[in-house]
Design a protein around this ligand. Structure first.
Ligand code: MSP
Length: 511
């Protein structure tokens, strides 16, 4: 039986159009899903949309549409964005689906049956933009007197009947979780923030709202809809078929990794495990969080008009180069900035000059000097062995990095091989061997074919189209395009397709 792997993205609010931040979370999770598939896992990759709550209800009203109709439109747009970014999700969940209503009602019943929900009144600050309750002490005051949440979102005073979740009862269990599973939250810096937040004491959480209706009704409590985060977090078990233990996908729960942005760690690493503990369900294994993107150093915002539309970026730079850039440019947990010069340099230097040229040089020498037939292996020198061994170690190096979600380090491991292979081709100078030692020329070109094959296989998770084209040119059969397939030696003498560049150089003034 194949080992299993379940990875999720947050489900996106349908209050507005998708931007590059959403695409980033989904691409990162996609790399993990694709990598595990390459590595022989049975993968379940979940994404989708978060459609209830005040924020969405307000956006719909502003658009002059009913909330369901509005959610249908925006959800479809997010799905289109995912498809255009090459996001290989296995399920696309929407919180307005009947399966999710059923699942949330049952989760609520279980938590309540275990004595962790009680009725009361909520009185305090609420931010619709964050869909979060805030303590007075967390707030700041803007110049015009508006109270602001730590995120900068305005807050308003709310007073309404509400059910509460006994979050305070889970403080010790949560601390024990962080203690016994030190990598439950990554990176470590974020883990420490969560630990100190929980150590500071947890207040019970308001988990139902009565001042609006756009949500999942609380069972047997007319007028109450579930707090949107309880509803939203539960999507991760709904998609596995909860509450049906016989559902085919129930085998995937608990999730291996919830990929999230740094702004929503508290919900995933505090509330979510507490809800699951309260319901008696197994806990996810990891919450891996990333930093935020700014644009040329500025926060993305509608008012600044600098919001990057991911599909527009793809039109300009190509899908795989954008995916590569986002995971290469900054450490996953850190903030980073997107700029045209940075994109141009990564694409032209690393993709076109380093990786693209390596393939192009090798394949065109094969086309010109060997009639386009795949070279045979030679006796092998120490230098050949050194490069081949380094390449053979790449899958394990990637595995180790991606198991910690350090995407940029994974790419750096691949690029060590790219650079070593470029140094090898320069030193061996196969073009000069054509006359002097054709057998050695052939052996050198074969080393390059084998190294390119490992690189293209390993990088498929990051750049599926471009690496697919590279594997085509190397003549690697479809069934051998994974890590297990690397064990099959490619036959000598097969005719390869004519070489074509995989990464075009971007010309400055075009862009
Ligand atoms: N609906 C909630 C998640 C519920 S999950 C059970 C939500 N949605 S969101 O649409 O606002 O944001 C989703 C993701 O986009 C978050 O992981 C967030 O960090 C990410 N990003 C939003 N803006 C971003 C940047 N500028 N940069 C990087 N990622 C950012 O939160």
């Amino acid at each position: 039986m194949k080992p299993r792997f379940y990875v999720s993205t947050p489900i996106y609010y349908v209050n507005g159009a998708p931007h590059i931040g959403h695409a980033y979370t989904s691409i990162a999770a996609d790399v993990l899903a694709r990598f595990k598939r390459l590595d022989g896992y049975d993968v379940f990759y979940l994404t989708g949309t978060d459609e209830h709550g005040q924020k969405v209800a307000r956006a719909a009203a502003e658009a002059g549409l009913g909330p369901q109709e509005f959610a249908d439109r925006v959800s479809a747009d997010f799905r289109d964005m995912a498809d255009k970014m090459g996001v290989s999700y296995d399920d696309y969940i929407r919180t307005t689906e009947p399966r999710h209503h059923r699942s949330c009602a049952e989760l609520w019943r279980r938590i309540a049956a275990n004595g962790h929900i009680y009725p009361g009144h909520y009185e305090g600050w609420y931010s619709v933009r964050d869909e979060a309750f805030h303590d007075e002490a967390e707030l700041t005051t803007a110049a015009d007197g508006t109270k602001l949440a730590p995120s900068g979102a305005p807050v308003a005073w709310v007073r309404e009947p509400s059910f509460f979740f006994r979050l305070s009862a889970f403080q010790d269990k949560l601390l024990e979780l962080y203690e016994t599973q030190p990598d439950f939250i990554l990176p470590a810096g974020r883990r420490n923030e969560v630990v100190s937040f929980v150590r500071g004491g947890l207040r019970d959480l308001s988990v139902s709202r009565t001042s609006f209706t756009w949500g999942i009704p609380v069972p047997d409590a007319p007028g109450h809809v579930m707090y949107v985060w309880l509803d939203a977090l539960n999507n991760y078990v709904t998609a596995c078929g909860f509450p049906d233990p016989e559902a085919p996908r129930w085998k995937f729960w608990p999730a291996d990794v919830h990929v999230v942005g740094k702004d929503i760690i508290r919900f995933h690493a505090v509330y979510w495990p507490a809800f699951l503990m309260a319901a008696g369900l197994p806990l996810p294994r990891r919450v891996s969080s990333h930093g935020w993107w700014t644009v040329e150093g500025e926060k993305m915002s509608k008012s600044l008009g600098n919001v990057i539309e991911p599909r527009a970026l793809v039109t300009r730079y190509g899908r795989d180069p954008v995916r590569y850039f986002l995971l290469r440019q900054k450490p996953f947990g850190d903030d980073g900035t997107i700029s045209h010069p940075a994109l141009l340099s990564r694409i032209n230097v690393e993709l076109a000059n380093e990786l693209g040229n390596l393939a192009q040089r090798s394949l065109s020498l094969i086309a010109r000097n060997l009639g386009g037939r795949r070279p045979g292996r030679g006796a092998g020198t120490a230098e050949d062995a050194e490069l081949l061994d380094a390449a053979a170690a790449l899958p394990e190096a990637l595995r180790e990095r991606l198991d910690r979600q350090v995407f940029n380090e994974a790419l750096e491991e691949a690029w060590k091989i790219v650079r070593a292979a470029n140094a090898y081709i320069d030193r061996q100078a196969p073009w000069a061997l054509r006359k002097t030692d054709p057998a050695r020329m052939e052996a050198v070109l074969r080393v390059l074919v084998d190294v390119l094959r490992v690189l293209a296989t390993g990088l498929t998770a990051f750049m599926p189209d471009a690496m697919g084209r590279m594997l085509d040119q190397l003549g690697v059969p479809a069934e051998a395009r994974d890590f297990a397939g690397l064990a099959t030696i490619l036959a000598d003498g097969e005719v390869l397709p004519p070489p074509v560049g995989v990464f075009p150089r971007l010309v400055e003034d075009e862009a």
